[in-house]
Design a protein around this ligand. Sequence first.
Ligand SMILES: *Cc1c(COP(=O)(O)O)cnc(C)c1O
Length: 394
Amino acid sequence: MTSSARPFLNRRLTEFGTTIFAEMSALAVTTGSINLGQGFPDTDGPEEVREAAVRALRDGRGNQYPPGPGVPELRAAIAAHQERRYGLAYDPDTEVLVTAGATEAIAAALLALLEPGDEVVALEPYYDSYAACIAMAGGRRVPVTLRPSEGGFRLDLDELRDAVTDRTRLLLINTPHNPTGTVLTREELRAIAELAVERDLLVVTDEVYEHLVFDEAEHVPLATFPGMRERTVTIGSAGKTFSFTGWKVGWVTAAPGLVTAVRSAKQFLTYVASGPFQYAAAEALRLPDAYFTAFRDDLRAKRDLLGAGLADAGFTVFRPAGTYFVTTDIRPLGESDGFAFCRALPERAGVVAIPNAVFYDHKEAGAPYVRFAFCKRVEVLADATERLHKAFAR
Ligand SMILES: *Cc1c(COP(=O)(O)O)cnc(C)c1O
């Protein structure tokens, strides 16, 4: 093959050529639909946090390259947050790294920790960047599928154990889990931790929805379990917790050797990012507990509003215990192909959703599921449920 006949995009990435989000967001615009596809809030976070960013900009803090590991104020605030919420003590100087959102933290961790050919066991359906980052790192992904059971999607611990081989380097965990809304229980997390210790695995755990946990569910960081602190890279983000997804302030907390490794990759991705926003994120992390409680209660009410509307329209609703997504089953509507359903939904109902199959390697396992985001204003959700009622309710 001549070089001109060779495709531009390399083989590692061909399967990731286009994302469904671009297609669906474009459809939302051309059809005037309510976009419940992509997960970003339609109102900004706390005014005092926004003002903190303005102040940092004006005062000339962070307008030039901030320090590689992140500004000291933010690293201290991240360490204080982990200590206050979870009793996890991290040294802000050696065990905390600020990243360009959780997205860069995921990429840097996988690029740093994997050798080509290493296997990564991850929970399917996956957040969309996991598969691409494993591929960029030359790793091999091994999915363990969360299966519908008792109104939610659950992990089969035997399947997880069976997925680990001598080539497994790392478990990639996400709790609270996007897109299913599953929050792994303390017992499940303990079993994951025991497996990691027994098989001497690294663990990368994406906990960006740590503050969006509803009802009786509880977020327990994997790093709190015996033997886990030294093998776990914990990823957090200001985007989801404070409703400033455009700021791209994320972080890693881990033992010094792991942070140093992740930083080695991170320094050649963005080097640094989000200077003034880092100062604002530091203030956000120091908000009183009342902020976090009110934020969670607000999202829970929105979950209930959209969930009730979807159930009324005839969907089977898997009530999420966390995150700001709700997964539905479209089979009660006489449908079975989530892709076709989501492509038709804007014309049919004036609403945009995402087919969960895009988050699966086993496409057939995800085929009948469709994800809606409920991090939108109440009037937007009410409008959406009315549209769905008109289109589907009998
Ligand atoms: C949104 C999201 C991210 C990305 O977070 P950013 O801080 O915006 O980069 C990572 N993981 C999951 C599961 C997410 O939903």
